[in-house]
Design a protein around this ligand. Structure first.
Ligand code: IPD
Ligand code: CA
Ligand code: CA
Length: 265
């Protein structure tokens, strides 16, 4: 069963990637959902293609997809039914500008546990996949988090709180603390891809505040199946809601989490 779930997640994610690839670098119809938060016809078309793949195979499963999610609540994530959590275009601002850091993210959860997850990098056509208890793969090859344990050699990824600008001062305080100790920080603009890159050992850690479940669901399984750790700022599993997300290899996660807790806990 779980292998079939992963196959469906992959088929669905690639259906979204095909749609986005066709629309890449074209003029977009842009709507502003809220300040600085955009949606285009590409987000919607990708979601339609993804959901059609899922629903044709699993018509009874529940769905939480960004562009059709209305009144989702935290309890929905812990349903005892299968729940598909979909971000049809992670990095909409990047997509609008032709900045090539965009992804599709598809996960299936049960009882609040991701069972299978796929993130595809739309520009590079690179696929990151994980199956609970079985491992994580990049383009079919096993992937692991990085082994770097020295903070001074670490590259850390993050996202800016652009929807919660009242948190900017706090964020900058935390940024400054982390920046003093690591070798570099990057903000590429697609959280699902940030998590995939940590899972693939291309960066040592990631933190962001104010994400949503579809940004995190697939990436969180990539991280744990690749040997990394992910949590909320208290070390619990509240990261699935997206509000507090901190991930890393086992050497760096606890240090990064502690810093986030001091500032945002
Ligand atoms: C966004 C991206 C971005 C993060 C935002 C997300 P979207 O997703 O992941 O990196 O900073 O918080 O909302 O809206 O482009 O799907
Ligand atoms: Ca997103
Ligand atoms: Ca999105």
């Amino acid at each position: 069963m779980n292998n079939q779930l992963l196959n469906t997640a992959r088929e669905a994610a690639w259906a979204g990637v095909r749609v986005l690839s066709q629309l890449w670098n074209q003029a977009h119809h842009i709507e502003e959902k809220s300040k600085n938060d955009f949606v285009t016809e590409a987000d919607k078309a990708s979601e339609k293609a993804i959901l059609s793949e899922i629903q044709s195979r699993y018509p009874d499963h529940l769905i939480l997809a960004e562009e059709s999610a209305k009144d989702w609540n935290k309890e929905a994530l812990y349903s005892d039914e299968h729940l598909w959590v979909v971000d049809p275009l992670d990095g909409t601002s990047n997509f609008i500008h032709g900045f090539p850091c965009v992804a599709v993210s598809v996960a299936v959860l049960r009882h609040g546990q991701p069972l299978a997850g796929v993130v595809v990098d739309v520009s590079r056509k690179e696929e990151f996949a994980a199956l609970k208890g079985k491992g994580a793969w990049v383009d079919g090859n096993p992937m692991r988090v990085s082994r770097i344990s020295e903070r001074g050699r670490s590259l850390v990824l993050t996202g800016f709180p652009f929807r919660q600008k009242h948190k900017l001062e706090t964020y900058l305080g935390l940024f400054s603390q982390i920046f003093q100790e690591v070798s570099g920080i990057r903000r590429a603009g697609a959280a699902a891809l940030d998590l995939a890159f940590v899972a693939a050992g291309r960066a040592e850690g990631f933190w962001e505040t104010g994400l949503l479940p579809w940004d995190v669901a697939a990436g969180s399984l990539l991280i744990t199946e690749a040997g990394g750790m992910i949590s909320d700022y208290y070390g619990g599993n509240g990261h699935l809601t997206g509000e507090q997300v901190v991930a890393g290899n086992p050497h760096l996660h606890e240090w990064l989490r502690g810093k986030c807790q001091i500032y945002f806990g």
